[in-house]
Design a protein around this ligand. Structure first.
Ligand SMILES: [Zn+2]
Length: 139
């Protein structure tokens, strides 16, 4: 059971995960406790070449091009202080080497890449956007 996150239905983004109290930068939000499966789906998270399907509420954490959380190993941690009730997001392109199907991003951030999962567009955007490189340090 995870009492830091709660899943709620949103009007425009399906089910999303929200923090139930203020969270400190770096605080643990959830772990990849779900089963390891062979094929990716919309809920799976890729780590070390394997796909894990986390249970609720972690499975409902949405993508954002300007995320406030990041997977480090099998732990999802806050990138900054989160206010109680704030939606938690991470950048799906930081974990996935591919996507079952490209999807339209609705994160509305000014860095939004709009279509997520179109690999050629993603690579082009990465090399073109200043500041994006510093965000990638998972190894
Ligand atoms: Zn976006």
């Amino acid at each position: 059971m995870n009492d830091l996150l709660e899943a709620r239905l949103t009007p425009d983004r399906g089910t999303a995960a929200f923090v139930t109290r203020e969270i400190n930068a770096g605080e643990l939000l959830g772990t990849l406790a779900g089963p390891r499966i062979e094929t990716r789906n919309r809920y799976t998270i890729e780590r070390d070449g394997h796909h894990y399907e986390p249970g609720a509420p972690v499975r409902y954490v949405n993508h954002s091009c300007t995320p406030n959380a990041r997977w480090s190993g099998h732990e999802l941690r806050a990138l900054r202080t989160l206010q109680a009730g704030e939606e938690v997001t991470f950048d799906y392109t930081e974990t996935e080497s591919g996507f079952a199907a490209p999807f339209l991003c609705r994160c509305l951030s000014e860095n939004c890449r709009n279509v997520i999962g179109d690999h050629s567009a993603q690579e082009a955007n990465h090399s073109a956007s200043p500041g994006a490189s510093s965000a990638v340090s998972r190894e």
